[in-house]
Design a protein around this ligand. Structure first.
Ligand SMILES: NC(=O)c1ccc[n+]([C@@H]2O[C@H](COP(=O)([O-])OP(=O)(O)OC[C@H]3O[C@@H](n4cnc5c(N)ncnc54)[C@H](O)[C@@H]3O)[C@@H](O)[C@H]2O)c1
Length: 250
């Protein structure tokens, strides 16, 4: 069991001190008076020290040391995707509340293990520990959009087209990462926007080269939301830099 969270400042440990981890550290230090970063772990020791020193935190030796530290009340995981599942499970086993960057896990099995462990903890202690870093629900623009949809100001949504407007897709990107890294945001936000769960998913792949950028085109992913007897709303997702059409029907 981790220490009880008191009314004192929440002591946060951050695993992974890359772009997102460093951003979380800065956000907590600058904008969250009720919390402080006390520990940072990164497999790149110099990187951990660089990020930790700026906020008076310790750079620790391992993820396990951080999760088990009596000086850490809660954990943020911003390590590479394939590490998330085991690190989240270690947090749950230690009774540590954890905010994990998306994706929660790289595969279905990892996600199921986490949900099962978190539900088991909740059945014994009355609270869940795991949250995924789906930040769009807290974005004022998304909140306003949801209010417009709920009020019926745009009529009944039939198609939601989502595009990640990155200037280019990173060359290390893969078809799988389009789903687990980008489209996963749509899987969270579209049911929330429409107040309607995803009923079916179809993924179409595409390959070749973008005519506009000359870069390899990425797979477009398509979710079909709210299909019951007929298709009520279709969600499409694709990446910028990839002139790919994505459509679903049912
Ligand atoms: N919410 C969002 O919109 C959003 C945006 C970008 C990235 N992300 C997610 O955030 C996570 C981090 O992405 P990033 O862009 O910061 O990547 P990054 O490559 O900038 O940083 C990853 C860091 O993890 C470190 N690392 C590698 N192996 C490690 C290990 N075994 N233990 C601890 N740290 C280790 C690396 O040294 C690096 O500093 C990813 O899971 C990514 O999918 C989320």
């Amino acid at each position: 069991m981790g220490p009880a969270v008191s009314s004192a400042r929440l002591r946060v440990g951050v695993i992974g001190a890359g772009a997102m981890g460093a951003s979380h550290v800065q956000t907590i230090a600058r904008w969250v008076p009720a919390a402080e970063v006390t520990a940072v772990y990164d497999s790149d020791r110099a990187r951990a020290e660089q990020v930790a020193v700026g906020v008076g935190a310790d750079a620790v030796e391992s993820a396990d040391d951080l999760i088990g530290s009596p000086g850490v009340d809660a954990v943020v995981i911003a390590s590479p995707d394939p590490l998330h599942a085991e690190q989240v499970l270690a947090c749950v086993a230690a009774g540590r509340p954890v905010l994990c960057e998306k994706p929660l896990a790289s595969d279905v099995e990892g996600s199921r293990r986490i949900v099962s462990a978190d539900d088991d903890f909740a059945s014994r202690h009355g609270r869940h520990l795991v949250q995924v870093g789906f930040m769009r629900r807290y974005d004022p623009a998304y909140v306003a959009l949801r209010e417009h949809v709920a009020a019926g100001r745009i009529g009944t949504p039939r198609v939601v087209h989502c595009v990640h407007r990155n200037a280019v897709s990173h060359t290390s990107n893969t078809s799988e990462l389009i789903v687990t890294g980008s489209m996963v945001h749509e899987l969270d936000i579209v049911p929330w926007l429409l107040d309607d769960p995803v009923r079916a998913i179809t993924v179409y792949g595409a390959s070749g080269f973008s005519q506009s950028t000359g870069l390899p085109a990425r797979t477009a992913a398509t979710t079909c939301s709210a299909c019951t007897e007929s298709c009520d709303a279709i969600t499409t997702a694709s990446t910028a830099g990839s002139p790919i059409s994505a459509w679903a029907s049912s």
